[in-house]
Design a protein around this ligand. Sequence first.
Ligand code: N01
Length: 863
Amino acid sequence: MAMAGSGVLPAEVDVAVVGAGFSGLYMLYRLRGLGLRAVVFDEAGDVGGTWYWNRYPGARCDVPTTDYAYSFDAQLEEDWVWSEKYAAQPEILAYLQHVADRYDLRRDIRFGTRITAAVWDEAARRWRLRTGDGDEVSCRYYIMASGCLSLPKAPDIDGVDRYRGEVYLTGRWPHGGVDFSRKNVAVVGTGSSGIQCIPLIAGEAARLTVFQRTPNFSVPARNGPPPPDRVALLATDRAGYRQAARWSRGGVPRELTDVSGVTAPEYVRRERFEDAWQAGELFAILGVFSDQGVNAVSNSRVAEMIREKIRAVVSDADVADALSPTDYPFGTKRPCLDTSYFETFNLPHVRLVDLRRTPIVAVTEAGIDTAEESFEFDAIVFATGFDAMTGPLVSVAVTGTDGVTLEDKWQHGPVTYLGLMTTGFPNFFTITGPQSPSVLSNMVVSIEQHVDWIADCLQRLRAENLDRIEPTPLAEAGWVQHNQDCADITLYPRANSWYMGANVPGKPRVFLPYIGGVDAYRRACDEVAENGFMGFRLDGPAGSRCNDGVIRRLQPDMAMVLDLVASLGLPPIEAMSAPDARAFSEATAASRPPGPEVGEIADGVLPGPAGDLAYRLYRPPTRGPHPLIAYFHGGGWVLGSQDSDDPLCRDLCVRTGSVVVSVNYRHAPEDRFPAAADDAFAAVAWIAANAAALGGIPGQLTVAGWSAGGNVAAITCQLARDAGGPDIASQLLLAPVTDCDLGRPSYASNGEGFILTAGLMRWFWDHYADEADRANPKASPLRGTLDGLPPAVVVTAEFDPLRDEGDAYAGALAAAGVPVRHIRARGHTHTSLTMVDVVISGAPVRAEIAEALDSLRPEPARS
Ligand code: N01
């Protein structure tokens, strides 16, 4: 057989690797270091991977070369000097060839060899691989280092085979280059490949026609010498710089901003944008504002400033318009770095055809027919992209345990643990696989992290006399969920991008990479390994073991908030006096986002049993009358006011279309049990009696509250039932205090580290009620009689110490025959749902709450 490696292909090796690009080369280097027998296969004629195939004019990296290089060998770094900030393809290929030579890697690489099939042999605990030449090799471990963007998408246009002129695919460019001079050329596609090659082809061709289906955001690369500041940093502290990259969000050290694109003044927004524009770096333009990836308003501000730049460059206003993306948020399709891309469209021999206005009908023998015109060309360049991330993996017929193929298993989208392995395919690893940061990061940093993790794993298995590793279904399902949670809080799923699989007809629409960040991802992988390879089943001669579990269960934005809170090292509230605790909670509330706009906000007072009670009324922007919600704030009967849950009340008002009346009540320790409950009951009676005057629909009153407010809301419903009024249509209890027993399991599992602690709850109870009073249903509504209560929406949060008592209340209500919608907020904490526009993952839960409340209303009142 044809081999670039030396000797005959061995029948058995320890490890087989597919791909000889950045991943495969470093993997081979590490495997050799472990003394494992390894063989690498690559279809290409030499090393390089992406940089072997993508030889089109203008092909360059889009992460600066100071960062886009291996870091495993400081001497290699010292010895290799990049000529440019963004090196061109020949230089990157030369670098990888140099690496192959330097470590004598080629002798274990079979070039021109494609692996077509891989079958797991459970009896032998080995993979059996078949090459395109029909050879077979068996290996203990099988590693796909096949890249994320290595399988070009076939141009899905009618008649492509009919065309008689020259056809080029950017991802499979001829080695000798192409001479476009004096030719009439078409380029189809305006992704990164199109945007890089279009200016160069325009510089050579007699005529160039660009067929654009979706305009792309692009930023001038400002290529030149490698950035001197970073070169200097590397010279003084290379190790520190690389370590910072490994623990950065995207694999390039960068200071993250906390400037919001929503609240920052315009001059600050422009200044920050202009700096990023001048920097000519993807991570700079993707990080102008802290919230541009998750907030549509913030994002639209960056997008509009880029469109202004396009309009300033492109002289024909219609062409500028067509080149300006408007129908997806900035960054949600991979933005590009360019050199004179938009300027190219000012050249007289370059024409843009906007396929949105005149779609391609077919490729003909002579050129391309659109709905309006027939074009003839000497050459067509397809820059039409790739079957990204999953394509290269499922293009090999990989068959795991029980005869299931990877393609079958992933028919609805990739299912992995850490983007490294997948259940049912033991000893099979993917480097930068789907559900790992990969394409959203500096690839080289992510590649090194994966290779190191896999190498360390194989070393541990050998040391422990184990030889089989496979993720558990539980761990895998948890990781898939976590990936989706991370993507769901961003704007990314809104775009038809290759990140979503949307560029390949028939491919499932699933967000493919992990968007939680290189740093967070590395932490998760490290924790898994440190916890006895949590979520993996390990087997071998030494026996079998499994520390099963889910590595990330918190909602990712809530986890970030908790990390931030922990980093501040704040004193515990329970160590403060009540006045200090109130001042502290008011100060922290002052810096939060305000919540949505409502129609009207008005303050007032209503009569309470021991004097006036202040309230704040929120009216929807729509015409009334509206349903009414009497709302009671949280704060453990000690803290808070009609002001404290402002963002939540606005959100409730807008989502439910209700007038919300948020009532303050007397607080402990000044006014102890049962002052809060008595005030709440009196307030509800007054609101019900004044429903029409408040703009509410009489008979449509919901009593609601969060935390201690949920406690007094629940009690009010019991008191109203016993007193024969006021008439309450429904109750909404958000993470309510329902019982004085602090011994439930959720107090133990969630009592520390989730903002509301067990210690703080004790402090609240101590301030509010004597021991003797706590079991009274007016303090612990769970101990009251529950039949005949209004229909309830009860919301409990997975990581709340109060979860179990909330669950118990929902269960007891249902058992008493009360209609209940119990919403379990997965991955959330006690405070999550109140953190409007901070914990974005709380929004769908609040939407569900609004829908649940609506479903409890009588038919005619439903929205
Ligand atoms: O591919 P793409 P790419 N008719 O999928 C269009 C990396 N990369 O090779 O958007 C008409 O982005 C398609 O239109 P639409 C980088 O991560 C990096 O350019 O689907 N048009 C789109 O305009 C990048 O994101 C560098 O509506 C059709 C284009 O073709 C990724 O690789 C350089 C069509 C494809 O764009 C992929 O980039 C190059 C059809 N039937 C690539 N089908 C660096 O700078 C597709 N299109 C390092």
